[in-house]
Design a protein around this ligand. Structure first.
Ligand code: GRG
Length: 309
């Protein structure tokens, strides 16, 4: 008799356990990130880069990158350098976002922000160092078995997601909108599609490209990621109102104090939650053709709306 995967498992074991999955994947990512940046001369910059990178984020972005690569038929090894790169880029954007010239925050990931520990000058350079390393890492560490044309596409997609057409553009409109009470839904959507959703989209699509996703798959992955990206930000806005500093690891209630227009300020908390759930449902519908293989990606999408930090 040929045993299938589930023959000797209880019904609980046979169903996908997201908590266990996330914990395992976080550990894999943390180990790879730790090994990516050894401390050499000049020690201060490597220590500053490691301080924020290894401060213990949820690792949603690298986990999504690995999960997409596996769903399309690739391996963790193929996508790990890109997964590390997206976390380096994300951390870099957090370091710069927290600077006095930007959002001016004292806490991040439950610790003092990078500039509070190392000063503004080194914090800016730590971000720059992480950004440069991200691209070097994808180019030099992706296994040679992965087609170089795919690696080149990943580099191009990451660059686009970060620049003026992505995070940088979203941040500029966010800064311009500060203190204005007449920000409309279109502008709010522009900010978050660029500041938050663009990088999540790059994580998912790059994971797929490394595994050889077809153009139809890439379109599905793009729509999945855009939907979870916006849902992620809606929940981020809700948590700013409802969660504590201890839960968030950063200052809570900041949006209200800064009189920022947010999804809850436009729609209210309940309507915002419903919209986030609708976006997650639409995202999951895109994964139907991948059947059983989509289980982790579907569960991660639901985690985005059920998380409390
Ligand atoms: C990328 C070149 C370049 C510049 C950066 C500062 C800036 C330009 C953009 C700001 C981007 C930003 C901080 C967006 C917010 C995204 C967001 C919702 C962050 C919270 O992410 P979580 O909850 O955090 O995944 P953890 O700590 O768990 O990783």
């Amino acid at each position: 008799m040929v045993a299938t995967d589930n023959v000797y498992k209880t019904p609980e074991e046979a169903t996908f356990n997201l908590a266990v999955y996330l914990k395992q994947r976080q550990k894999l990512c943390d180990t790879a990130l730790d090994q990516a940046i050894p401390i050499i001369y000049p020690e201060k910059i490597y220590e500053a880069m490691r301080y924020s990178l290894l401060a213990g984020g949820k690792r949603v972005r690298p986990i999504l990158c690995l999960a997409t690569c596996e769903m399309i038929g690739g391996t963790i090894e193929m996508a790990m350098p890109t997964a590390c790169a997206v976390e380096m880029i994300h951390t870099m954007s957090l370091i710069h976002d927290d600077l006095p010239a930007m959002d001016n925050d004292d806490y991040r990931r439950g610790k003092l922000t990078n500039h509070k520990v190392y000063g503004d000058d080194v914090a800016i350079l730590a971000g720059d160092g992480l950004l440069a390393l991200a691209f070097e890492f994808v180019a030099t560490q992706t296994p040679q078995t992965v087609d170089r044309a795919r690696v080149l596409q990943v580099v191009a997609r990451l660059g686009k997601a970060l620049g003026a057409a992505g995070l940088v553009g979203g941040q500029v409109v966010d800064l311009e909108s500060e203190g204005k009470s007449d920000i409309c839904l279109e502008t709010l959507n522009f900010i978050h599609k660029h500041k938050t959703a663009a990088l999540l989209e790059a994580c998912v699509v790059c994971g797929g490209i490394l595994a050889g996703a077809s153009s139809e798959d890439v379109q599905r992955l793009t729509r999945y990621a855009q939907n979870i990206g916006l849902a992620f930000q809606i929940i981020d806005d809700i948590l700013d109102v409802t969660a504590t500093q201890e839960q968030l690891g950063k200052t809570a209630g900041k949006d209200q104090r800064a009189k920022k227009v947010t999804y809850p300020s436009l729609w209210g908390l309940e309507e915002s939650r419903l919209k986030a759930q609708e976006l997650v449902k639409a995202a999951c519908a895109e994964l139907e053709p991948f059947k059983e293989r989509a289980k982790p990606m579907v569960a991660i999408a639901h985690f985005i709306t059920s998380r409390n930090h």
